[in-house]
Each structure stands twice: as C-alpha cells, then as structure tokens.
Design a protein around this ligand. Structure first.
Ligand code: HEM
Length: 174
C-alpha cells in the first residue's frame, strides 16, 4: 500500500441507509444507532471516508472503492442488531456491488447487501463522484434487515466518490 500525500483528497460515501428504518429504530424504547471507526452522522446521512481504491482500470470504469468506519443499529434488548461496517463498492461500468462487514470481533463476515446502478460519474480536480445511486437489496441484505423488506427493494440513495490523485498513486505503486 502506498502512503498518501497530505494534499490528496479522499473520496467519501454519503448514505442515509434508510429513513423509515432509522425512524423505526429511533421510536424503539431502547433503539440506538452508533457510528464508529471514523464514520460520522451528518445531515444528509452517514459519511464514510475512502480508505483505498484498488484495481481501477485506466478509464476508471472498473475497480473497487473501500470506505472505512461503520454504523450499527440495535434495539429490543439486542435482538435487533444490524451492523454496516466498512462499505466496499465493486464497480463494473454502471453496476456496483455493495458489501459491508456485518459482524465484528474475531468472526467478521462480509456480505453483498445491495446492487446499484450508477449514474455517469462527475469528475472534479480531486474526485470522481457518482451521485444519487439507489442500492437495491440482495437476499443477504434482506436478512440483515430482519427479512422485512423484499429483495430488490430500495435503500436510500447514496453518493460515492474516490480521490483521483490517490488512485494515480495507487496505480503507480502497483
Ligand atoms: C422483538 C422482535 C421484534 C418485534 C416485536 C418487531 C416489531 C416490529 C413492528 C411492530 C414493526 C412495524 C413498525 C412500524 O410500522 O412502525 C417492525 C418493523 C420493522 N422491523 Fe421489527 N421487530 C422485531 C425485531 C426486528 C429485528 C431483529 C429486525 C432486524 C433488523 C427488525 C427489523 C425491522 C424493520 C427493517 C422494519 C421496517 C421498518 C421500516 O422501514 O418501516 N425487527 N418491527
């Protein structure tokens, strides 16, 4: 892994998860949502910082972006426990597979919880940004949310980005 220069901009993931789910948790007597590992809760949703981008092709259309940090939801004395940690996006053209770590501790488990159709990205000096992509739940994603939503149903839309200079450095370092 390369070391980042201080002037390199990091990409980020902005994702509210699902408004109705968060309202449901908030209404539970013991419901809570907790951010960890550098993720923050902001107005437009949770913000996760880019940790690394790997395997990007020269045209930037295929590769994986890995974000750090996570959010967990709990309630019903711990019977409800949903962890969304370290979101990764495996991008292949206009399709992306979104996976998260759903268990902590010594037995982590990464699950592909959603697929997204991506818009064409916007490119700024620092970032490549895909705005307002809608994640659609996979079967694994359905079970993570207690088998309440249907497969293919939408979570809230997300914006993801990756740092451009950082990608170039990563490629140069192999
Ligand atoms: C003690 C066991 C549980 C009980 C009694 C329970 C009860 C309920 C009830 C009554 C609703 C409807 C709420 C509403 O419409 O306002 C609901 C919704 C929901 N529950 Fe549970 N639940 C339980 C466990 C779980 C677990 C373990 C999960 C796993 C994540 C879960 C996930 C959900 C989800 C995703 C919704 C839909 C929220 C939405 O988007 O509106 N529940 N539950």
């Amino acid at each position: 892994m390369n070391r980042l220069e201080s002037d390199e901009a990091n990409g980020y993931l902005l994702w509210p998860v699902k408004k109705s789910f968060r309202e449901y948790i908030a209404a539970l007597e013991d419901g809570s949502e907790t951010v960890e590992g550098g993720a923050v809760s902001a107005d437009g949703g949770f913000v996760f910082a880019e940790c690394e981008s790997t395997g990007f092709t020269d045209d930037g259309s295929i590769g994986t972006i890995r974000y750090g940090g996570g959010v967990s939801f709990s309630g019903y004395g711990g019977m409800l426990s949903t962890r969304l940690f370290e979101p990764w996006f495996e991008i292949d053209g206009q399709q992306a597979r979104m996976s998260v770590q759903t268990r902590g501790g010594s037995h982590p488990a990464r699950q592909v919880i959603a697929t997204c159709e991506l818009p064409l990205p916007e490119t700024t000096t620092e970032l490549v940004v895909w705005r307002d992509a809608v994640p659609l739940l996979t079967f694994e994603g359905v079970s993570l949310f207690g088998d309440v939503y249907q497969p293919g149903s939408a979570l809230d839309c997300l914006t993801l980005s990756r740092g451009r200079r950082r990608r170039e450095t990563t490629q140069a370092d192999g």
